[in-house]
Ligand binder design. Structure first.
Ligand code: BMP
Length: 271
């Protein structure tokens, strides 16, 4: 479709200043997927298994490396090497959902210290906007890692939603950091009024239409179409919507998220 090709290659991708988000958008367009897998499994070998199985269907794999049963530094190194190999093989990117929320100097050390050495293998990492611009400034000089700012969480009663304009303030601190910031995590539309830059919106808490109810711990879900068409998501982040199924069904369910997600994204972008 020529119109879509033009939209991605001539309008959206050139408007991105951040190398990582440019790369992600290229992958999304090439693989026709806006699905990010939240690889929330306990066993690190299972994380690699799901990456291998779903690699062709995702643009991004989101880790929580401190929740895996990695027993020592050598296992961490082995895990990240295999994960990077799979990312290269299947062409997806890796986002560590570390949600940094400290002063810049501490975050800098958290990014580089053992055992996780996040800056060495993650393409992107999440940070809270709460500490202010220092949490972004500390990424200057670090090559090959971009930042995604958590602007609005999906959980019930989260304080960000109670503070007037928290989401907008998170946006404001990114001013001047266009090269470092790939986008925002937000459960509702985030309006970026800097005309020249296109940021990606990542939305978690997404389920298929067969879903009813939360998870008992405050997570709130919306359907794929709502997330993209009403709430402005470009990339949908899905964990249990896929992983609650047995590994023999992972691919089939992920394909459904991929199909629904991509068609809603195309609809949103073409309008
Ligand atoms: P699930 O689809 O299983 O509910 O997982 C959602 C994932 O997104 C989790 O890994 C969670 O840490 C993350 N997440 C979220 O649910 N809400 C937010 O506001 C921010 C998140 O990173």
């Amino acid at each position: 479709n020529l119109k879509l090709d033009n939209l991605f290659k001539k309008k959206l991708i050139p408007r991105m200043t951040c190398t990582a988000s440019k790369k992600l958008l290229r992958i999304m367009y090439k693989k026709k997927t806006n699905l990010c897998l939240a690889a929330d499994l306990q066993n690190w070998t299972e994380v690699l298994e799901v990456a291998r199985t779903l690699g062709p269907h995702i643009c991004l794999l989101r880790t929580h490396i401190d929740t895996y049963n990695l027993e020592n530094y050598y296992q961490v190194v082995e895990f990240r090497k295999h994960l990077k190999d799979l990312a290269t093989k299947f062409d997806f990117m890796i986002m560590e959902d570390r949600k940094f929320a400290d002063i810049g100097s501490t975050v800098q050390r958290q990014l580089t210290s053992k055992p996780f050495e996040i800056a060495q293998w993650a393409d992107m990492v999440t940070v809270h906007g709460l500490p202010g611009p220092g949490v972004l400034q500390c990424f200057e000089g670090l090559e090959n890692i971009a930042v995604v700012v958590i602007a609005e969480m999906s959980s019930t009663g989260n304080l960000g939603r109670k503070v007037s304009d928290y989401k907008h303030e998170c946006l404001k601190i990114t001013d001047g950091y266009d090269k470092i910031v790939a986008g925002f995590v937000s459960h509702s539309k985030i309006r970026v009024d800097r005309k020249d830059t296109f940021f990606l919106q990542f939305t978690p808490g997404v389920a298929l239409n067969d879903y009813t109810g939360g998870d008992g711990l405050g997570q709130q879900y919306v359907y794929v179409d709502d997330a993209i068409l009403d709430r402005g998501a470009d990339v949908i982040i899905v964990g249990r919507g896929i992983l609650k199924h047995g590994n023999e069904n992972w691919r089939e369910v992920a394909e459904e998220f991929q199909r629904n997600g991509w068609s809603a994204l195309v609809q949103k972008l073409m309008n």
